[in-house]
Design a protein around this ligand. Structure first.
Ligand code: GLU
Length: 262
């Protein structure tokens, strides 16, 4: 299978922005194993800004644009440094791809991006994608950012014609209510279609350093499922669940891809 895995900041880093070494080591080991089993993987990773905050010892995520971009420039190096180090232990070669919204919107640039990703996969490399936060900015009339990696991962999954998109989150999946606030909240194992009712269930952004939330995950599901693939939200704090997923067990929330009518 061709699989895109989106790794969120809350999976990679402790709340202060420093790398969660134990979890990331396990995650890279399992992802290496999935590659060894014959799956083609593309990672979409967040964490540049969060890790930059940790490495620079800032008191929190900067609010202004130059602060975020500077943190991202520092953190992106840190991210690739440890991905390279950990995947190299299992003899996998990583490749960094940094994108802005223009790169995926412009048909010519998007075609080049597609070709590069295809070539990397044919070389057996592991493309690791993030938004180019050090240069992408949102200004009135000039939107160069995608803004969050849930959507970016779905765009990348569509671009490479993936069979499955996996979003590693800080929660087990989509719930009937916010499980942090409501003890009666139940996990929804399968979603056949993203409806207005579901959108109403999805609250705002998640943790202090991350920028996504359930709303952006539903947006990702619409793109991915619209392109015909399934999307699974599972808990990145339990990377071993990926093995269960590939053993065919029910894990997290699975959004069913739209199949062409017979
Ligand atoms: N591109 C951002 C970063 O690497 C994260 C965006 C997101 O978490 O969705 O820090």
């Amino acid at each position: 299978m061709r699989i895109v895995v989106k790794i969120g900041t809350s999976t990679l880093a402790h709340s202060g922005g420093r790398l969660n070494i134990r979890r990331v080591e396990l995650l890279c080991k399992i992802l290496s194993d999935l590659k060894n089993a014959g799956h083609a993987l593309v990672l979409v990773t967040s964490g540049a800004i969060g890790m930059g905050v940790g490495k620079l010892g800032l008191p929190g995520r900067p609010q202004d644009m130059p602060g975020k971009q500077a943190a991202a420039a520092v953190g992106q190096c840190e991210l690739m440094y440890f991905y390279d180090k950990l995947f190299s232990e299992y003899h996998h070669t990583v490749a960094q791809i940094l994108l802005t919204a223009e790169d995926v919107r412009d048909p010519r640039r998007s075609a080049h991006l597609h070709d590069t990703l295809e070539r990397l996969l044919s070389y057996g490399a592991l493309p690791i994608v993030n938004e180019n936060d050090a240069v992408a900015t949102d200004e009135i009339g000039i939107e160069t950012t995608i803004g969050e990696n849930d959507t970016l991962s779905a765009i990348v999954a569509q671009l490479v014609g993936a069979d499955l998109l996996i979003l590693l989150s800080d929660i087990d999946g989509l719930y009937t209510a916010d499980p942090h606030k409501n003890p009666d909240a139940r996990l929804i194992p399968v979603v056949e279609a993203v409806t207005d009712k579901l959108r109403a269930l999805a609250g705002g952004a998640g943790s202090a350093l991350a920028s996504g939330g359930m709303a952006t995950k539903l947006k990702a599901a619409e793109i991915a499922c619209g392109a015909g693939m399934d999307m699974v939200i599972t808990n990145g704090q339990k990377p071993e669940l990926l093995y269960d997923l590939f053993d065919g067990k029910a894990v997290g929330t699975r959004f069913l891809g739209r199949r062409p009518a017979l």
